[in-house]
Design a protein around this ligand. Structure first.
Ligand code: PCA
Length: 221
């Protein structure tokens, strides 16, 4: 683990993962994100932070890290059991509908993430460039149009709302990736080193690609 107490001379990538939830002993998102803590990718220092899987604690912990590190890029990562591929989430929706209790025992339903905020935000990372980068390394990856209605979407929405509305952070790009379970958690799964490689490639794609890749014909898919 690299100690990051000294002032950072490089621009920062904030990479978050979650603690274990739903009775699991590990969370693939934090297992992978923590490995990249302290790495330098395309001249940017990766700072990894663990968020609690709670509706009350996750967004405040993320906001604290945003204020502290002023990242140029924020990639939040969560685990999605049942998915075989890394999912690049395109849309954060302003809705909560928890089908299980979070780690604090809360199970909110049918309410907004942030009352009065827009219905949804698109991520501001280059989705198709991330997909292309992972495909080139044979890492299973999909574009996903929903991060669900649990804590992951909650954090994703809070992130995008903050980046859109807080002037000091308006230039920062934000996105969310769902990663499959680890093999020890059952199938479908992705080996930890492939998930780590996927996160690294995703970060590099975000840092090197401005606008997203467009298909011939000019439509952004
Ligand atoms: N996945 C959950 C929350 C924490 C995590 O890793 C989700 O998809 O909402």
């Amino acid at each position: 683990m690299v100690l990051l107490s000294e002032p950072l001379s490089q621009p920062v990538v904030l990479l978050t993962g979650f603690d274990p939830f739903a009775g699991d002993r590990r969370n693939a998102s934090w297992a992978a994100a923590s490995i990249l803590h302290g790495r330098v990718i395309n001249g940017h220092r990766v700072i990894a932070r663990q968020l609690p899987t709670t509706f009350s604690g996750a967004a405040p912990a993320l906001m604290e890290a945003l204020d502290r590190f002023r990242p140029a890029l924020v990639l939040c990562v969560g685990q999605a059991a049942g998915r075989a591929a890394i999912g690049v989430e395109r849309v954060a929706v302003n809705w909560v509908d928890a089908r299980i209790a979070d780690n604090a025992g809360d199970q909110p339903a049918d309410c907004a993430v942030i009352a009065g905020a827009p219905t949804a935000y698109f991520c501001t990372v280059p989705v198709k460039a991330i997909v292309a980068a992972l495909c080139a390394d044979a890492i299973p990856v999909d574009v996903s149009m929903s991060a669900g209605t649990f804590v992951c979407n909650h954090v994703f929405f809070a992130l995008m709302h903050r980046l859109a509305t807080n002037p000091p952070q308006r230039g920062a790009r934000g996105g969310f990736l769902h990663v499959p379970s680890l093999p020890e958690q059952g199938q479908p799964a992705l080996a930890l080193e492939r998930t780590v490689a996927g996160l690294k490639l995703a970060i590099a794609a975000c840092l090197t690609q401005g606008d997203d890749i467009r298909r011939p014909g000019g439509t952004l898919h």
